[in-house]
Design a protein around this ligand. Structure first.
Ligand code: GAF
Length: 392
């Protein structure tokens, strides 16, 4: 059974009752981690995410009016939008929701007026994908409320499209996929080209995942994300001149890239080289996970970070500092920045018996250098977005 946060759940329900009435559906929509495979999803590569027990709790009901009423408990903000006037507004959080409404409207889904209150415990800007949780939670909730009969993939894609069209981030599919398809105690090994996937249990005896939230989010994050996507596309176009069969970096080997090096600007070469190597690392990590090879998995995480920091240039000094702490600590066997980058969390593989101690030591060191209190989370892998049974 999922361990919901009873306080948040009660607060959401009470707030809904105060504003809109007694009858509503409750939904849990999780955040996500990604063990390895960063910035590979939009290159048709491999990723290894999982849904986590930090998430967003929604209360939602029809309102028999032609209006969408939204209330964000954590931000203390609300807005009303007419059903036939759905467009981006000045509240960033509302755009993740309205973007999904618009995608579903475009697909001819019959969405009527609804009221929604939500709150949660996914730290914002921490790279745990509160945005996909908001998008896919909305898609799932509307599907349920208006009997739209959407498949899971339609909810995933509506979330991704909302982010492209309403928010302006050209994200891949990993976050939305993990949010909807997550499975308790399992990671998802996803091929982002075919969308084939398998679930892998966490089989690393004696080690546990620890997330360290740097609590920084540098403002470059969104513009640089789109920029990286363009750089990868540029790389593909250069390769296509000699290899027209290449559709994405997924089709490219390091040898092919090396052979064409003279045609590349150094920066584009480095970006492509990172993506190709990261895909290989994910496949190796898959074997290491299956065989329980903890140290091998850990070193793949360190290599991934090095590539993200030096070749893909999406890390920052705070994240590099946290990974250096991990490298120097005997109880940690692997670490890297996680998610889009420029801040957010590192993911660490830590000896279970020493996890509290490691967290304390990292907090002390981070505070000394950056005067920021590092937040550390021991997460559980959990099921994807679902209805919360009213009796919990
Ligand atoms: C963000 C995006 F939303 C994902 O699609 C993915 O590209 C990730 O950054 C980097 O791996 O979370």
């Amino acid at each position: 059974m999922i361990l919901y946060d009873k306080n948040i759940l009660n607060t959401v329900q009470n707030a809904f009752r105060e504003r809109y009435g007694e009858v509503f559906k409750l939904i849990f929509s999780p955040g996500r981690i990604n063990l390895i495979g960063e910035h590979t999803d939009y290159n048709e590569g491999f990723v290894m995410p999982g849904a986590i027990d930090k998430g967003i709790y929604f209360a939602i009901a029809k309102n028999d009016q032609d209006v969408i009423r939204l209330h964000s408990l954590d931000l203390g903000e609300e807005t009303d939008v007419k059903l036939n006037e759905v467009q981006p507004i000045s509240l960033p959080w509302a755009n993740y929701i309205l973007g999904v409404v618009e995608e579903l409207q475009k697909a001819q889904c019959k969405i009527l007026g609804f009221d929604m209150v939500f709150g949660g415990d996914i730290p914002i800007g921490a790279g745990l994908s509160s945005s996909a949780a908001l998008e896919c939670g909305t898609g799932f909730a509307l599907d349920h409320l208006f009997n739209l009969n959407l498949g899971k993939l339609e909810i995933i894609k509506a979330g991704q499209q909302a982010e492209h069209n309403f928010v302006g981030v050209q994200c891949g599919i990993m976050d939305q996929f993990a949010n909807v398809m997550g499975k308790k105690a399992h990671l998802i090994q996803l091929d982002c080209r075919s969308l084939d996937y398998v679930y892998s249990p966490w089989a690393i005896e004696g080690y546990q995942i620890l997330l360290c939230n740097s609590k920084v989010k540098h403002s470059l994050a969104e513009s640089q994300y789109n920029q990286r996507r363009l750089e990868c596309d540029t790389g593909v176009r250069i390769l296509q001149k000699t290899h027209p069969e290449v559709k994405s970096l997924r089709n490219v080997s390091i040898e092919m890239l090396e052979r064409m090096k003279v045609q590349f600007l150094e920066v584009i070469f480095q970006r492509c080289s990172y993506v190709i190597e990261e895909n290989k690392r994910v496949l190796k990590a898959s074997t290491a996970l299956k065989e329980g090879q903890a140290l091998q998995l850990g070193s793949l995480l360190y290599e991934s970070h090095k590539g993200l920091s030096e070749k893909y240039e999406v890390s920052c000094k705070e994240l590099d500092f946290l990974v250096d702490l991990a490298i120097a600590h005997p109880a940690v066997i692997g670490a890297r920045m996680m998610g889009g980058g420029f801040g957010g969390c590192t993911i660490n593989l830590v000896k279970k018996s020493e996890i509290e101690k490691v967290a304390e030591e990292f907090q002390k060191a981070y505070l000394e250098v950056y005067q920021i209190h590092l937040e550390c989370y021991q997460i559980q892998l959990t099921n994807g977005t679902h209805i919360i049974n009213q009796e919990v």
